[in-house]
Design a protein. Structure first.
Length: 201
């Protein structure tokens, strides 16, 4: 049975922190592949600074092109409207019926999962892989899993190391200063942003 990691997000833009997260989780969880899923309209974010889904999808495809086991899905973009994780995981389970799905999430989201829409469906379809913000997070994540998520039927893996934290907002705000952000973003993604005049006031 193959193991497929799922990383969702606005990817506005996708950056090296996202790629390092996928590399880390693939290695730690022994995943066969990682699928990036850009959102259409996230239910919990303002879309004031959100570039079009076409641009975000294109940037994701550029960012993963040198990673043979990484791919990008337009499943949420095609669905349109607000996308909820339980819907996406249900659809992915139909696409990959024989795979074990690992829904990769950061600490902040992990600590609110029981409040998401239809969490029991999320927990039925995927194992939750939680990545800490810092080394002291693990105890808190473990406690939340034991007290809140496990009683709801969740299965979770809590990873033991944080991954490089990169702010998409910082990249957007400094898009005219490549020297400042060149270590944070793929060169080809940056060139796409410049070519398409993205993140300009």
């Amino acid at each position: 049975m193959r193991k497929t990691g799922i990383i969702g997000g606005t990817f506005n833009p996708i950056h090296n922190g996202h790629i390092l997260l996928a590399v880390y989780c693939k290695e730690k969880l022994n995943l066969d592949r990682v699928v990036f899923i850009p959102t259409y309209t996230p239910p919990h974010k303002s879309d004031k600074d959100l570039v079009s889904e076409v641009h975000r999808l294109n940037m994701c495809n550029i960012a993963v092109q040198n990673h043979v086991d990484f791919s990008v899905s337009d499943i949420e973009i095609k669905r349109k409207g607000k996308s909820y994780t339980f819907e996406t995981l249900t659809s992915l389970k139909e696409i990959y019926p024989h795979d074990t799905l690992y829904f990769i999430t950061g600490a902040d989201m992990f600590l609110t999962l029981e409040k998401w829409k239809n969490p029991e469906i999320i927990f039925d379809k995927a194992i939750i892989a939680a990545v800490p913000r810092n080394s002291s997070d693990c105890k808190m994540l473990s406690s939340h899993y034991k007290n809140f998520l496990k009683p709801l039927g969740a299965k979770a893996c809590i990873l033991d190391e944080p991954v490089l934290s990169v702010s998409s907002t910082f990249i957007r705000e400094n898009i005219d200063n490549y020297d400042l952000i060149k270590s944070l973003i793929d060169r080809n993604v940056y060139e796409y942003i410049v070519k398409n005049n993205l993140y300009k006031e």
